[in-house]
Design a protein around this ligand. Structure first.
Ligand code: HEM
Length: 464
């Protein structure tokens, strides 16, 4: 055989293999009534397009197949829903077999997490969480602690160049840890933070339990967290000293018929630390960025906070009424969530039977990505959607409209919403009244699948 013929056959073979691989997934997952779409290569599917092109990939697919389409990403077949009405329907109808469908790694590392349980079990765990993190607890005893924490966390930044992403992450973590276990030394907080970072990274990685992988480290970190918390629980049981924190509240829940056992207490603590961690820190970082880029909004937020300070004696704490008067700050936070798309969407899966959606049949056990990003940028809901305009949220009905899914919707709507907004508001209160800041050069931001500055977001801070 001549050289030319060899090359020809090799190319033909490569081409046929390519087509066969491309068809493999299509054939493997073909079902009657499925939404249209493509499935990519075996195992990897279209993961790289999905992650690297994100929003552009979604839009292209929508123009080809409509607002409900099929793909294969992150290790399994996936239905993507981009229609606001349908997204709302999915979130409001968990009872029809549309339950949370977060990745395997989250399930194994986070344990019996609220997002993993359904029906009566969900009601019980969510109820216990709400009593710890919901608006009543926030107002009654979390708020003053939070204020004290922010005040000391934000002192002494004058003249420094800081990575606001790192600071916001620390803030979001420490403020919750302080709520859960008061009076532990700073060394406890720091070592716990380092372990928890591995838990977080483990939950967003593929579940390959091989030494060296983030998943493996995440599982090990979870074991460490369990050991630390078990020791803390034992220490508290052996002592007569009481504490004004969530761990004591969880342990004291004696009279209730829904008393949690130790493993459930530990799961609740991990959920509290995990749930608001990334959303709060990313929103804080992006609010700082947007305020820097929009001087009018910065001026308006400063005026709001200086007006609050004017009525206070030096050192006087912020009151709940002061917080409720931070209406422009709330608008900045909601606009930041919308404009930055801090939450691009939430995951669901069908349970034990096929589910009808919009005339299509979603097979049992398949995942659905309820993609809410497009709703955040819908010009019918938000005029000039690509403009950062916090003033739009001063129109009260915008926050409560049916398609605002910044905090989810239905039975899973975020129980930490008020707490998250409150943390960021208090952070901004001290930040904008104490400091000015300039962005350092060279910052880079990624927007999908999560908002993230790979090398940090550096700012130079000076006294205001
Ligand atoms: C800016 C801040 C926050 C945003 C944007 C946010 C967003 C969300 C969203 C979109 C969901 C729905 C998830 C789904 O339907 O699958 C959710 C659920 C949840 N969030 Fe938040 N969240 C924030 C802060 C917090 C905080 C501070 C906490 C706790 C201290 C928290 C605890 C939870 C929990 C436990 C759930 C699960 C509820 C359930 O499954 O019943 N969140 N959050």
């Amino acid at each position: 055989m001549s050289m030319t013929a060899t090359v020809y056959y090799a190319l033909a073979f490569a081409f046929c293999t390519f087509v066969a691989l491309l068809k493999w997934n299509e054939v493997r997952y073909r079902r009657k009534g499925l939404p249209p779409g493509t499935m990519g290569f075996p195992l990897i599917g279209e993961t790289s397009l999905f992650i690297n092109q994100g929003p552009a990939f979604m839009k292209r697919r929508r123009s080809m197949y409509g607002s409900l389409f099929t793909t294969h990403a992150l290790g399994s077949p996936l239905i993507v829903s981009m229609d606001s009405e349908l997204n709302r329907y999915i979130l409001m109808n968990e009872a029809k077999g549309l339950v949370p469908g977060y990745p395997e790694s989250m399930k194994t590392i986070l344990g019996n997490n609220v997002a993993e349980v359904h029906g009566a079990m969900h009601k019980r765990i969510r109820g216990s969480l709400l009593s710890l993190i919901g608006p009543a607890a926030l107002k009654e005893y979390i708020f003053p602690k939070m204020d004290k924490f922010m005040r000391s966390f934000l002192h002494n930044w004058n003249g420094k160049t800081i990575d606001i992403q790192q600071k916001a992450t620390q803030m979001a973590f420490f403020v919750v840890l302080e709520q859960i276990v008061e009076n532990e030394p700073i060394s406890f907080h720091e070592s716990f933070e380092a372990i928890f970072e591995n838990i977080f990274l483990g939950t967003i990685s593929l579940p390959f339990n091989i030494p060296g992988t983030n998943y493996y480290k995440g599982l090990k970190a979870r074991e460490e967290v369990n050991a630390i918390l078990r020791e803390l629980i034992a220490k508290r049981r052996a002592s007569s000293v009481t504490h004004d924190d969530s761990l004591d509240r969880l342990m004291r829940n004696d009279g209730s018929k829904d008393k949690l056992n130790d493993e459930e207490i530990i799961d609740q603590i991990v959920t509290m630390l995990y749930s608001g961690y990334e959303t709060v820190s990313t929103t804080t970082m992006m609010a700082v960025k947007y305020l820097h880029d929009h001087p009018k909004a910065l001026q308006a937020i400063r005026e709001e906070h200086f007006a609050i300070q004017q009525n206070k004696k030096p050192g006087e704490l912020i009151s709940w009424e002061d917080y409720k008067n931070m209406t422009f700050t709330r608008a900045v936070i909601l606009e930041t969530l919308r404009h930055a798309n801090v939450v691009n969407g939430v995951m669901r899966r069908t349970t034990t039977s096929d589910v009808e959606l919009d005339g299509f049949t979603i097979p049992k056990g398949w995942r659905i990505y309820v993609y809410t990003r497009e709703t955040n940028l819908d010009p019918f809901l938000y005029s000039e959607p690509f403009t950062f305009n916090p003033w739009r949220w001063l129109e009260k009905s915008l926050e409560t409209h049916n398609y605002n899914m910044l905090f989810g919707a239905g039975g899973r709507v975020c129980p930490g919403k008020e707490q998250g907004i409150c943390k960021i508001s208090l952070f901004l209160h001290y930040f904008v009244t104490k400091y000015r800041w300039e962005e350092a050069e060279g910052n880079k931001l990624l927007k999908f699948p999560r908002v993230f500055a790979p090398k940090g977001l550096h700012i130079r801070v000076t006294k205001y």
